[in-house]
Design a protein around this ligand. Structure first.
Ligand code: FNR
Length: 182
């Protein structure tokens, strides 16, 4: 595909709603886009002492981000902020100083939560972090998704009630990546 997108999911839970959302929404993208979920669950806890000797899993993450033309973050909200596993991955791939592989990659942000704020707060925190890392993020439309019955259909596609909304989100994301990606 012309556009490879690295998908970063902020939950390690086997039945994660956010992983389900990521799996479903990529089906709404055109064929010139391909999506690959990057693994973050096997990364060590970030330790600056290891900057000169990054673990294989960290090198893999950085290679996958470097190879991508765009980023898609799909994350739950933990205690009104970024889950530690996601922040850990972001920190790893931003280092050593001067070797931040996130920089310049257009990013979309999505999140689903069981709570009524639908990840609004984590998304704002994530935007701050990504701004510092020189990652341009799609501003509109925003998508704060509350998990309810019918969000997904029987086969895991986006359910009827949210399909139009999320197709519109994807259409804007696709246009945004095409505009920004080198
Ligand atoms: C949560 N949850 C949650 N929900 C929310 O809307 N705002 C929040 O601040 C929090 N905080 C929070 C902290 C922790 C440690 C956990 C485990 C959960 C609930 C959360 O939305 C719910 O567990 C989702 O199912 C998590 O997403 P995944 O794992 O299904 O993708």
């Amino acid at each position: 595909s012309r556009y490879q997108i690295a998908v970063i999911i902020g939950s390690l839970r086997k039945d994660s709603f956010n992983r389900k959302l990521a799996n479903a929404i990529v089906k709404l993208a055109p064929p010139e886009f391909s999506f690959k979920q990057v693994q973050i669950g096997d990364l060590p806890l970030y330790n600056q002492d290891d900057d000169g000797n990054q673990a294989e899993s960290v090198k893999r993450l950085k290679d996958e981000i470097s190879a991508a033309q765009g980023l898609l973050f799909v994350t739950p909200e933990y205690n009104r902020s970024i889950p530690g596993v996601l922040k850990n991955a972001i920190d790893h791939a931003s280092r050593p100083h001067g070797q931040n592989v996130w920089a310049g990659k257009p990013a979309g942000i999505l999140g689903a939560s069981t709570g009524a704020v639908g990840t609004a707060l984590v998304q704002q925190h994530l935007r701050n972090v990504l701004a510092h890392l020189d990652v341009p993020t799609l501003g509109q439309p925003e998508a704060f998704i509350q998990v309810r019955d019918g969000l997904f259909d029987e086969v895991g596609n986006i359910g009827e009630g949210s399909r139009h909304f999320l197709q519109n989100w994807m259409d804007h994301y696709v246009a945004w990546v095409k505009k920004i990606a080198a």
